[in-house]
Design a protein around this ligand. Structure first.
Ligand SMILES: C[S@@+](CC[C@H](N)C(=O)[O-])C[C@H]1O[C@@H](n2cnc3c(N)ncnc32)[C@H](O)[C@@H]1O
Length: 242
């Protein structure tokens, strides 16, 4: 299933996240021992650094990264967009409970066709979602399109690890323990078998950086997090001089 592409992949991913949306946050806390929260805070800080204006978090799920964007002093309003009503309604409940409804708007939408004009945002983020996209380049180019020239795109994603000690240590966790926790906590072993496998089919950190440069971003860089299991990438949209 991890090797699916196009519309077939989109249908599979939508069905998977609809099934697990109720346990999604708890599973993230268990799988990362809570570290995903720190990584999302860091991604929001990188995305917004030195900028000001509205921000968008694409494929926002239950809204964690949109909330982190909204907390940044540089951001006057954050939008979180996700394909699934199950995710968006949970994000809205979370935002309401935290009293942040005036600074974050959640909406249903497709990352491959963002319903915003060119240059609408100072920055765009995506967390743990690119590898689930039916067309990674299209999703990235939409993020680049809706960011204004001089604005930033930041991506937080799991990274495939090359063979070595770290890979030998983490593979049994990803491919053995995660599906087991998924079975008992989310009641869905197959979803949590797909998720680690999808990492093996995704771009490694260096190739993702090259893809961002190829889409016209400058100052592309990345930092590995979580013992190299995760990377945050960034790049700045070129300012066209007339
Ligand atoms: C692994 S979750 C990540 C959620 C959140 N960004 C986070 O970091 O916790 C992947 C999300 O991508 C969403 N998604 C998948 N395909 C999408 C698409 N084409 N457009 C928008 N969201 C999509 C799913 O609904 C799901 O909420």
């Amino acid at each position: 299933m991890a090797e699916l592409q196009g519309a077939e992949k989109q249908r599979y991913v939508a069905s998977l996240f609809s099934r697990i949306s109720g346990r999604y946050d708890l599973m993230n806390d268990l799988m990362t021992l809570g570290m995903h929260r720190r990584w999302k805070r860091k991604t929001a800080a990188i995305a917004t650094y030195g900028l000001d204006g509205p921000a968008i978090d694409v494929s926002s799920g239950t809204g964690d990264l949109a909330l982190e964007l909204a907390k940044r002093p540089e951001v006057d309003h954050a939008v979180g967009l996700d394909l699934l009503d199950g995710m968006v309604s949970r994000a809205r409940a979370k935002i309401l409970a935290r009293g942040m409804s005036s600074s974050v708007t959640m909406m249903i939408g497709d990352a491959l066709s963002l319903p915003f004009a060119d240059g609408s945002f100072s920055c765009a983020t995506a967390g743990f979602s690119l590898r689930n996209m039916p067309d990674v380049e299209k999703a990235l180019s939409e993020m680049v399109r809706v960011v204004r020239p001089g604005g930033r795109v930041a991506i937080l994603e799991l990274s495939p690890m090359s063979k070595g000690i770290r890979s030998a240590l983490f593979r049994p966790v990803f491919h053995g323990l995660v599906p087991l926790i998924g079975r008992f906590v989310a009641g869905d072993r197959s979803a949590y078998t797909y998720l680690p496998r999808s990492v093996d089919h995704f771009l490694d950190a260096e190739r993702l950086a090259e893809t961002l440069s190829g889409l016209g971003l400058d100052d592309v860089g990345y930092k590995r997090l979580g013992f190299g299991t995760v990377a945050v990438h960034w790049g700045v949209k070129k300012v066209e001089l007339s």
